[in-house]
Ligand binder design. Structure first.
Ligand code: MN
Length: 323
């Protein structure tokens, strides 16, 4: 049972205090969904706190309210509110381990997500695989709760949608997406300014890392598959940090012939994280699942044990079967 926006709204109306979280290493949709929801709950007079495992990526730090996010491995104790009185809202997460924050369990856990494979871990679950971003779902929640869209809410909905669609390039972008965007623009926020802030706020280290990654890019299967690789040494050499790597996996897709990309990141000598992206019907999700990972058809990830060579060969082979 995938539930509905009405179930979510009813659960929100029934509580006064909320704990909002999203996945570790948050992306734009994680941050945008959380803060749009937070501002809506504020408007209803609810008590709201936000807890994430990792800090807000630098490019999004200027968006309103990001300073409210508590960065912690475990939910801090809350004075005056017994934990059971607080409802947890988890956005953008296929299961309750994705936040990597301990202590999220509550009698009411509201699960709002658009990732295929969601385990329906909540006491209230709303899954919508047709949403281009979790932020689209949050927009619906806000409407059912009858909260007017402020510029702060609109900015965060835009952050989620613009990033999860790669600047309106991929995913189930629909009429609904553009209806929401039309209403975002109607609040008076300038989409072009937000897009500049989202997409053109990188560090110089990120730009140098981009050059290094692409310079060392490998092509396989007649150029249809690109493989990128980095480790901590390359980050340091470029003056970059792991905060600078978000979205780099998409770069080779800018080449017409490239249909899929694997970005391999060294975690240890015997463990590698593989992020994958693809165009059209090429399913990187099915490859990620083979290695106990997950994601969407066009965006998925997994961790694979083995040497760099063995991991890369396994990924090249598995992706080749999808091309
Ligand atoms: Mn998302």
């Amino acid at each position: 049972m995938s539930g509905s926006v009405l179930d979510v709204a009813a659960a929100i109306r029934a509580h006064d205090a909320f704990l909002l979280t999203s996945h570790a290493r948050p992306d734009g949709d994680a941050i945008g969904s959380q803060l749009a929801m937070a501002f809506a709950l504020d408007a209803l007079g609810k008590r709201v706190r936000l807890v994430n495992k990792d800090a807000v990526p630098g490019a999004y730090a200027g968006f309103p309210g990001t300073e409210r996010i508590i960065v912690a491995d475990a939910v801090p104790a809350l004075d005056g509110v017994p934990p059971d009185a607080e409802a947890t809202i988890v956005m953008e997460c296929g299961d309750l381990t994705r936040p990597e924050v301990a202590g999220l369990e509550r009698p009411t856990v509201i699960n709002i997500d658009h990732h295929i494979g969601n385990t329906m871990f909540g006491s209230v679950n709303w899954f919508d695989g047709a949403a281009a971003a979790c932020a689209e779902m949050v927009a619906d929640v806000i409407d059912v709760l009858d909260v007017p869209w402020t510029q702060a809410i609109a900015s965060h909905l835009y952050l989620g949608i613009a990033t999860d669609t790669g600047g309106f390039r991929h995913g189930p972008i629909s009429e609904r997406t553009f209806r929401i965007c039309a209403r975002i623009a109607a609040t008076g926020v300038a989409p072009a300014r937000l897009s500049r802030e989202i997409f053109d706020s990188f560090s110089i280290g990120r730009i140098r890392l981009t050059g290094a990654l692409l310079n060392a890019m490998e092509l396989h299967h007649g150029g249809r598959l690109a493989v990128l690789y980095y480790d901590d040494e390359l980050l340091a050499a470029c003056g970059a940090t792991s905060d600078d790597t978000d979205g780099l996996v998409n770069l080779p897709l800018g080449a017409k012939e490239v249909l899929a990309v694997a970005l391999v990141r060294k975690q240890t000598d015997t463990q590698y994280r593989v992020s994958m992206r693809s165009k059209g019907d090429v399913s990187v999700r099915s490859v990620a699942v083979q290695f106990s990972g997950g994601g969407h058809i066009n965006a998925a990830a997994c961790s694979i044990p083995g040497s760099r060579t063995a991991v890369t060969q396994a990924v090249v082979l598995a992706l080749g079967a999808q091309l």
